[in-house]
Design a protein around this ligand. Structure first.
Ligand SMILES: *Cc1c(COP(=O)(O)O)cnc(C)c1O
Length: 413
């Protein structure tokens, strides 16, 4: 018998999920991370902190987000019933705001008046700028110069909200370069600065802390699904009134960890993470770290990383900027090795087809990231029975992607 703690009790006190996670940072940041760990250890159980967090989620974000039965798509596909957890209806249009509120609340309590963040597509930057405006905190967002050009509306949003957006011109001028620049800023200004990381990556305690703030997604689903399944006369997963499958897209992995984590203790529910297969898993142009990467250290933790034979980080590709990241949260690496979660790939083309299907069949314009999870659900549903169910985390809305979709369709908007 194994004496390892159950999956849902990970990480260990040093931030390890099995062989993954941990904290690989320079001397200067060791102290800052220790300070953050002790603040979080205190506030994560503080009733006043939790009360304020849930107040903000209810009144500023608009939680709980509903679960919607995609009846028309389910009927047409002729298999399992597809349900959508509507994170796209949150204020600022995605799940990212949940985590940003939690971290900004910690920053205030730790007396840090200055917030820094990195952003790829701009969604995490917008969520961070939003909370900084609300709390009166100074906000600096690092963004690769290439990404900046592609995401002008989000850059302007951040500026409207009072943030300073710093273009990063080193390396490939994308997300991983923005991450390096944010780390450098943190080292230099650590006394008065809080670094808000946007996904379940980074050094301990970030992967655990971001997961905890995003857990609200799965906790709500556990509450909401029984009534929805009962109403449709569906039997649930065989053991309880919960879905047979929970599906989410995986970039860094925060929306997936948020919906997966409360389900780890419900073994009859299959958990499937969908990575961006770009032009195809064999094309070399994708962002499928868990399926095509190797263990290595990136962004302060050990995880699966897309790297060449010399350990150099390779360029990634996805039609959705939010999935375009060469690493993945360490807890996903552990869930993959343990077999509790499965990880699959969906190409740009399949994601785009799912995007259009949801628009036309359900009247919902999804984010291109979320469209990866939808595409897999649409393929899986016909292989299942009509009394089975799939719950998809619809992580965000597609407004930000209209330009990309129009360009690919050769349309000028
Ligand atoms: C940022 C983003 C993602 C990817 O990030 P995760 O940490 O993997 O969740 C997915 N969907 C949307 C809508 C996003 O904005």
């Amino acid at each position: 018998m194994s004496t390892a703690p159950p999956l849902y009790q990970q990480p260990d006190p040093s931030g390890h999920f099995g062989p993954y996670g941990g904290s690989f940072v320079s001397e200067t940041l060791t102290h800052a991370l220790a300070e953050l760990r002790s603040a979080y250890a205190h506030y994560q159980h503080d009733p006043e902190f939790l009360r304020e967090f849930h107040y903000e989620l209810a009144h500023f974000v608009g939680r709980p987000s509903p679960i919607y039965h995609a009846a028309r798509s389910s009927r047409e596909l002729g298999g399992a019933q597809i349900f959508l957890k509507r994170e796209d209806l949150n204020h600022t249009g995605a799940h990212k705001i949940n985590n940003v509120i939690g971290q900004a609340m910690l920053a205030r309590r730790m007396g840090k008046p200055r917030i820094i963040a990195e952003t790829g597509a701009g969604q995490h930057g917008v969520a961070t700028a939003t909370i900084c405006a609300r709390y009166g905190l100074e906000c600096v967002v690092y963004m690769g110069a290439e990404d900046l050009k592609r995401q002008m509306p989000n850059v302007y949003r951040m500026k409207l909200l009072g943030a300073t957006v710093v273009p990063v011109t080193s390396g490939s001028q994308t997300l991983k370069d923005a991450l390096n620049e944010a780390m450098r800023d943190w080292v230099t200004n650590v006394e008065r600065t809080f670094y808000i990381i946007g996904t379940v990556a980074g050094p301990h305690p970030y992967p655990m802390m971001v997961r905890d703030f995003q857990r609200v997604i799965g906790e709500e689903c556990l509450q909401q699904m029984p009534a929805l399944l009962a109403e449709l006369g569906l039997p649930g997963n065989g053991a309880e009134l919960q879905p047979d499958v929970v599906l989410a897209c995986v970039g860094g992995g925060s929306n997936a960890m948020g919906i997966f984590h409360p389900y780890l203790e419900h073994p009859q529910t299959r958990l499937i993470g969908v990575e961006a297969a770009g032009d195809g898993l064999e094309s070399g142009r994708h962002s499928a770290s868990l399926q095509k990467g190797l263990p290595g250290v990136l962004h302060g933790n050990r995880t699966y990383v897309l790297q060449d034979e010399d350990g150099q980080i390779v360029e990634t590709h996805s039609v959705s900027a939010g999935l375009d990241y060469p690493g993945v949260g360490p807890e996903h690496a552990w869930l993959k090795d343990s077999g509790r979660a499965e990880y699959v790939g969906v190409t740009d083309e399949q994601a785009l087809a799912a995007f259009h299907r949801l628009c036309r069949r359900e009247g919902i314009i999804p984010a291109l990231e979320s469209s990866h999870a939808l595409a897999y659900a649409f393929a899986l549903a016909p292989t299942m029975r009509a009394d089975q169910s799939i719950l998809v985390n619809l992580s965000g809305r597609g407004d930000k992607d209209l330009g990309t979709v129009a360009e690919l369709a050769g349309v000028t908007v």
